[in-house]
Design a binder for this molecule. Structure first.
Ligand SMILES: *Cc1c(COP(=O)(O)O)cnc(C)c1O
Length: 372
């Protein structure tokens, strides 16, 4: 039998050869958009803490108080003794934010998808997923045992064609999309997808991980507390019947320990701030629009803007160059994005300063990266 270490070294070498080897770099996040790497202070355009809420004094205060009151860990799954009273408060706030009857909080966004999708569909059912859907929805779809088909990104005609050809051979059908696509920053035509779902007797599930509290028309509205809310956890919002069912049937909820109470308290404080300060919630998109207008790119649809450099090496070199100039912008490569679409991915925070956005746009122009 070959030694495990030999096999994994071979597998790693293959990834390295393809330019797909990843590495973890210690990065100390400070207040706002500051990050320290290798002793160097950088302005980050690579963080999903869109509103800076992870460091908001009220969030920290609420989390500290919960830590002192309830301790560091939840002690058990939510169905055993881990259902801290803070869950009700958080779920009520989420349902209110999304305009649904109820909500269910999971350990993370990944766990929300992994638990929800296989609870809703299985063998004999159909899943139609946008080509650019996040890896965790794909993992969940595979785990479910349903037939998985992908429609071309945001392509309603293709989705309709697949429905017409395949829907009748399956019992239930779930259509999966993201409200805001994580690597491209564009938005799904949610209303039109819902109409297709309705017309074909299918359900729509949206992943709003990168949305800033966006309501969708889907009957299953998934999202995360780990990005704009600056905390940690995932959720599904929907009807009371759906949520009741998930609390029994979603295995990632039933068989995993509840979130630490301090994390729930942080999320509650963050959602309250988002509710009270709609202008703060708007700010990342305003910054992204300023950036796209400086560069003559199509108007930003969200806080995420990709600058596509195609080749992996180019994206890596560009990211390294920006780092030398004091900016942290990650290079995103396949398999996270399609082959030959390696890119710099900019995410804008409410806390970016206009001068930083202008400086980084000036570097892109100076280097001629848009002409790639
Ligand atoms: C980040 C992300 C998730 C996972 O959420 P976590 O809370 O980080 O586990 C799910 N879907 C999309 C589209 C994401 O970007």
């Amino acid at each position: 039998m070959p030694a495990l270490d030999d096999i994994v070294r071979q597998k790693t070498a293959i990834l390295e050869h393809r330019g797909q080897k990843r590495s973890l770099v210690p990065s100390e996040r400070g207040v706002g958009v500051r990050v320290e790497r290798g002793g160097k202070a950088l302005i980050s355009f690579s963080c999903n803490d869109y509103l800076g809420l992870s460091h908001h004094p009220e969030v920290i205060k609420a989390a500290s108080a919960a830590l002192a009151q309830y301790g560091a860990g939840a002690g058990a799954s939510r169905l055993v003794t881990g259902n801290c009273p803070l869950y009700d408060e958080l779920e009520n706030l989420l349902a209110e934010q999304k305009g649904t009857e109820a909500a269910c909080v999971f350990g993370s966004g990944y766990l929300a998808n992994i638990g929800t999708i296989p609870a809703l569909v299985g063998a004999g059912d159909l899943i139609l997923a946008d080509k650019y859907i996040h890896a965790c929805m794909i993992d969940a779809a595979r785990l479910s045992g349903a037939t998985l088909m992908r429609f071309a990104h945001n392509n309603l005609d293709h989705c309709k064609m697949l429905l017409e050809a395949n829907r009748h051979e399956h019992q239930n059908c779930l259509i999966l999309t993201e409200t805001v696509f994580s690597m491209d920053g564009d938005r799904a035509p949610v209303r039109a997808l819902k109409a297709l779902a309705n017309a074909s007797g299918s359900w729509l599930m949206t992943d709003d991980a990168h949305g800033l509290a966006t309501e969708s028309l889907a009957e299953v509205q998934m999202g995360t507390l780990s990005k704009a809310a600056g905390s940690y956890g995932g959720y599904v919002c929907g009807s009371k019947a759906l949520i009741d069912y998930l609390k029994t049937a979603a295995r990632s909820l039933v068989y995993s320990t509840a979130l630490p109470p301090a994390t729930l308290a942080a999320s509650i404080a963050a959602l309250r701030i988002m509710k009270a300060q709609p202008e703060l919630v708007q700010q990342p998109l305003q910054h992204a629009k300023h950036f796209t207008s400086l560069l003559g790119l199509p108007v930003a649809q969200s806080a995420i803007v990709p600058v596509i450099l195609k080749e992996n090496d180019k994206a890596l070199a560009a990211s390294k160059y920006l780092e030398e100039r004091g900016f942290l912008v990650s290079a995103i490569r396949p398999p996270t994005v399609p082959e030959n679409t390696a890119r710099l991915r900019f995410t804008f925070s409410a806390l970016h300063e206009t001068k930083d956005i202008e400086a980084v746009a000036a570097i892109i122009k100076e280097r001629g990266w848009l002409a790639q």
